[in-house]
Every structure is written in C-alpha cells, then in structure tokens.
Design a binder for this molecule. Structure first.
Ligand SMILES: Cc1ncc(COP(=O)(O)O)c(C=O)c1O
Length: 397
C-alpha cells in the first residue's frame, strides 16, 4: 500500500520561520555570508549558572523519567515566580511543564478544542497558532488588526468575530511578530467581552520579561476577577534566559485543564527533559541580572532598528513595546521589478532579498498579513548594521 499521509497533516503548513532559518543555514554551509534576521532566538549563550545546574543535575542522577507534567520543585518555582511578578496565586498542581511553549500551545488546543469549534486569532499572528488550532479540527477565525492601532485587537472587532461556535481567544502580548503590547486597560476591555460571551483564553506571555522602557506588561488573568478560571497562560525559559534548545515551557491553567494536559503528555512525550527541568529551576530562582543585561542589549538593537526603518523611504513599523521583532511595512515597495525580477508579494520579496543580498527575514504572509516582513533583532549589532544596509540597497534597486 502506498504511504498516504493523513488529511490533517497534509493540510499542515510547515513553520515558515524555521523554513527561512534552515535556508539561511544551508547558504551558510555552502560558504556564503548570510545576515540572518529570520529566527526568533536570542544570540546570547545560556548563562553559566544555569548550565552548571544542568551538570549538577546529571551528576546527582536526575537522568530518568520524571512526572509527566514536570517535577514538583519546578512547578512550585513557576507558581512562586508568577505570584511574585503578577500577584496572582496558582497552586503547583495548576502548572504543567512541557517541551517548550510551542508544545504548551499544542497541549492547550488539544485538550480544549473539538472539531468545528472556532478560535479567534488576531493577525498578524505567530506562525504556529493557526496550524495548531487546525490540527484539532477546530477553525481559526483570523481577525485583521491595523498598523495604525499598533496591531491590537479592540473590543469591537473582537465582538464582531464571535459566533455561537466561538470557544477561545488566542492572545500574544508582547507580540511575535509585531512587538506590540496591550496595556492593562486594553486587556481589560477584551476581558469584558470574554466574560460576557463565556469564552476561554490562551494568553501566550513568552515575552513578558522582554519589555522596553516606557511600557508596562500585564498578565491577562490579572486584569479582571475570575479570569484565571478561563485562561491558560503560556510561558517558558526559551526567550527570557536564552534557552531555546533546552525545550522547557509551561502553562498556568485551571486544575481540570492542567490534569488533562498532564494525561496527554503522559501518553505523548512522557515528560520534559529531566536535566532541563533542573536547569529551569536555576534560571527562575537564580540571579536575574542576566535577564536585565540581555534587555539592555535588545534595547540598543531596537533603537537602532527603529532609526534605520525611519531613514529608509517608503517603509514603516508599529511601535515595539516588547519582544525582539520589527514588523516592517513594505506595501509601497511591492508590484515592481527589483534588478529585473518582478516582486508582487512579501514571499517573493523575502526570497529575492535572500537571493540578491543574503539577508534572511520572514514574509508577512506567514503571519497572516500581506505587505510586511519580519526582522528579528535577536542578533549582533554588526549583523543588524550589515543587514539593514543591504535591505536599504535592495529597496533602492
Ligand atoms: C509567541 C511565541 N510563542 C511560543 C514560542 C515557542 O517557544 P518555545 O521555544 O519555548 O517552544 C515562540 C517562539 O518563537 C513564540 O514567539
């Protein structure tokens, strides 16, 4: 019998960010110098004290299966840190540790969604959301937001998208790919609609510590009473502590949801890596100076990127309150030839930028909007300078 891939997986789009960064890596392996702004990964190495904790965990024999939903010490640590930062109390039993925040998004979708359920996702959205919703048979309902609104969903747009099939709202603040961040008041207005229509919320807060001066982060369940009963908060160590390869993320959710996700993990992955879990405790409970130092660097890069975007004719971006992405409007530069090659959309634009200038970025179409590209500034200033010189030259061509 010929191999036939299931319909659900055939319909799955592979991650465009990973595809672009793989392409960049292939070009590098072929000897080319590539200026890689494609992947959302801090370029810093994981702080030493965290690596040391992993070594100690191995030496102490923590190299076996753990509880499916994570070791109790890490769950306690996550709940305590959340309480200290946001003032809301979660029991350790409400924490489910996973193999990264992406896995947590999948867990939440898998335990909450049935075929035909609708999930409201404001666009531009992180590449994996719509695909992970579709994997369950549920329907992503994409609501376009506007650059002039800093790409934030407002209560009116949210209400207009709700039907009797709507089950969940998916929010990401600070946002990948736009860096935009909802104020506590804006979250409160969305929360009122959530409560009014008895909906659930997936709040992806993976960039909660990467917030720039002048901006204030609020965790979704804290903005109205009772929201913790209908929200799954997602976070992890990948971005905050430069630990993308360690694969540790988590959810804070109502107990019933946590139990369901624990059962799912027990059948699916057994447990997140034991050694990484001990390293994550060191990250959360250890000195936080490394987070501050990384933020200082990201702040300088953000300022540089904003300045360069302002200097290049016909491009613009919304205000980045957090994360390390600029979502750059190139609509004025589409529909014309570049060095003889006609470019009509963001996909062609990014592919041609890579081919002509060796700069890797990600096309806006992967995030559900046309006329934009995403530049991650989680890379060195030298790379950013060279990349923006080349982007400017490309746009002038
Ligand atoms: C918004 C958002 N959520 C989740 C993730 C996944 O994080 P992790 O590496 O912990 O799976 C990312 C990574 O790019 C992200 O940008």
């Amino acid at each position: 019998m010929p191999v036939t891939i299931s319909r659900v997986i055939q319909a799955l789009e592979p991650s465009a960010t990973i595809a672009m960064s793989t392409k960049a890596k292939e070009l590098k392996a072929a000897g080319k110098t590539v200026y890689d702004l494609s992947v959302g990964e801090p370029d810093f190495t994981t702080p030493k004290h965290i690596c040391q904790a992993a070594v100690e965990a191995m030496e102490a024999g923590h190299t076996h299966y753990t509880a499916a939903s994570g070791i109790p010490e890490l769950k306690r640590s996550v709940a305590q840190q959340y309480q200290q930062q946001h003032g809301l109390e979660y029991a350790p039993s409400q924490v489910v540790v996973s193999n990264g925040a992406k896995h947590s998004v999948h867990n939440v979708c898998a335990v909450l969604l049935d075929p035909g359920d609708e999930v409201i996702i404001p666009a531009p959205y992180w590449v994996s959301y719509a695909e992970l919703v579709k994997l369950t048979g549920a329907i992503p309902v994409i609501v376009q937001t506007r650059q002039e609104d800093n790409f934030k969903l407002n209560a009116e747009q949210f209400r207009a998208a709700i039907t009797d099939k709507t089950k969940m709202l998916l929010l990401c603040s600070p946002s990948n790919p736009t860096g935009s961040m909802y104020s506590p008041e804006e979250l409160g207005e969305l929360a009122d609609v959530v409560i009014e229509h008895d909906l659930l919320v997936l709040a992806d807060e993976i960039y909660d510590r990467l917030v720039y001066p002048g901006h204030k982060f609020a965790s979704f369940p804290t903005v109205r009473p009772g929201l913790a009963e209908r929200t799954a908060v997602i976070n992890g160590v990948s971005k905050t502590y430069a630990m993308t390869g360690w694969r540790i993320g988590w959810t804070l959710s109502p107990v019933g949801m946590a139990k369901a996700m624990g059962s799912l993990q027990s059948q699916e992955t057994s447990n997140p890596c034991s050694i990484s879990q001990y390293a994550a405790i060191a990250a959360i409970e250890g000195p936080q100076q490394c987070v501050d130092e990384m933020l200082v660097e990201f702040t300088k890069r953000r300022e540089f990127v904003i300045r360069r975007i302002g200097q290049i004719p016909g491009i613009s971006c919304a205000e980045m309150g957090g994360a390390f992405y600029a979502y750059i409007n190139i609509a004025e530069h589409l529909g014309r030839p570049y060095n003889g090659t006609q470019i009509d959309n963001s996909h062609q634009w990014c592919m041609e930028l890579l081919a002509q200038q060796n700069v890797a970025t990600v096309m806006g179409s992967a995030f559900g909007t046309e006329g934009y590209f995403r530049a991650a500034f989680a890379t060195s200033m030298e790379t950013l300078e060279a990349a923006f010189d080349r982007i400017e030259e490309f746009l002038a061509g």
